[in-house]
Write a protein that binds this ligand. Structure first.
Ligand SMILES: [Zn+2]
Length: 282
């Protein structure tokens, strides 16, 4: 699964702060998602949690039940006007509702790169009016969005890592921001280890390579949400490896609750790597 879809799953667990937030989130969502053809709105999502959240809001707020057609959800012309009347009004009066609007926009047409690649977060909007509204809300919260036009979309984007982390934090109750930061910190630690290895001995180089191999395996298992199924002893050594990517196996062993030796550490980390390999390709 991509980093963006992980983040979207996380966002779908965010509670609504006030009764107006649900409608604002829908307004943001439909500013980005959905196609208007022949007075029908169609939108498709492969994300189950997102689909459920949007359907629930449509039913609860507006009594609209979208029809499932293949992988798409269709809102018929009868409900089309009702939805647009509701969401084109001023639904973002309160601060919490503005944040809900941003969250809806990200859910509907947003993407973000994992911070171990280049820093980039964007929101694709259908009309200039919606693009202006999004920019305006972002600026109110002191973000500095940029704008461009790509194909038939208006794209609002942010490239500064601190702003991306902050915005993800805003729209997710903090959790998505923390996820972004923890990967960013990991990336810096690994590059530190690698830098050290380059100017030090071949041993350090070997250590850094092994360490990033372990860390990649651990990240892969975590992103597949299988981490909690590993035995305690493997999770303990895995967490220590994440926390101290530059320590030797011997030093890691000393930090385990049982104080195991170098070969024990090696054995456990190898088991983690082997398990990660059984999870298939990313
Ligand atoms: Zn609200």
């Amino acid at each position: 699964m991509s980093f963006s879809s992980d983040i979207k799953e996380m966002l779908c667990k965010t509670p609504y702060e006030c009764p107006g937030c649900r409608l604002s989130e829908l307004a943001g969502f439909f500013a980005c998602a959905g196609k208007n053809d022949d007075d029908e709105i169609r939108f498709s999502t492969t994300n189950k949690a997102l689909e459920e959240r949007i359907i629930k809001s449509l039913m609860q707020e507006l009594g609209i039940v979208p029809q499932k057609v293949g992988t798409r959800l269709v809102i018929c012309d009868k409900d089309y006007k009702k939805l647009y009347d509701e969401i084109s009004g001023d639904v973002t009066i309160y601060e919490c509702c503005k944040i809900a609007y941003l969250r809806g926009a990200f859910l509907g047409g947003g993407s973000v790169n994992a911070p171990d690649k280049k820093y980039h977060m964007e929101l694709g909007v259908k009309t200039q009016r919606d693009a202006d509204k999004l920019s305006e809300i972002l600026k109110e919260f002191d973000f500095r969005p940029k704008e461009t036009i790509r194909k038939d979309k208006y794209v609002i984007y942010i490239k500064e890592s601190s702003q991306i982390a902050e915005l993800l934090g805003y729209i997710s109750d903090g959790r998505a921001g923390l996820e972004f930061l923890s990967i960013q910190i990991e990336k810096e630690l690994i590059s530190n280890v690698q830098r050290q290895a380059n100017c030090d001995s071949a041993n350090l180089d070997k250590l850094a390579k092994a360490s990033s191999k372990h860390i990649n395996a651990i990240k892969k298992i975590k992103s597949a949400r299988k981490w909690s199924s590993l035995p305690d002893v493997l999770r303990e050594i895995g967490e220590l490896r994440l926390k101290h990517p530059d320590l030797s196996l011997e030093e890691l062993g000393k930090r385990t609750s049982q104080g195991i030796g170098k070969s024990g550490v090696n054995h456990r980390l190898n088991r983690i790597v082997e398990y990660a390999e059984t999870l298939g390709k990313d």
